[in-house]
Design a protein around this ligand. Structure first.
Ligand SMILES: [Ca+2]
Length: 80
């Protein structure tokens, strides 16, 4: 998928619509994508990209970091 598609996907990942992504929501999303070890990957991804340390992926900077992280570690973003 493209980076834009990934950003749209992230909006759907936010299951309760509060504008931020918890590791639980990310885990569900990774599971749907068929990516292995969703629990560990989701936990680690939030830990690595949660710049303000509130345990959620929120705001443009963290979303962008997560997008880059996904491209690098999950291979889900194929082009910019
Ligand atoms: Ca955060």
């Amino acid at each position: 998928m493209t980076e834009q598609e990934f950003r749209n996907w992230l909006k759907k990942v936010d299951l309760n619509g509060d504008g931020r992504i918890s590791s639980g929501e990310l885990k569900q999303a990774l599971h749907v994508l068929g990516i292995s070890w969703p629990t560990a990957r989701a936990w680690w991804a939030v830990r690595k990209n949660d710049v303000n340390h509130n345990h959620y992926i929120d705001g443009d900077l963290e979303m962008k970091k997560l997008t880059q992280y996904a491209a690098k570690h999950w291979g889900v973003v194929v082009r910019a």
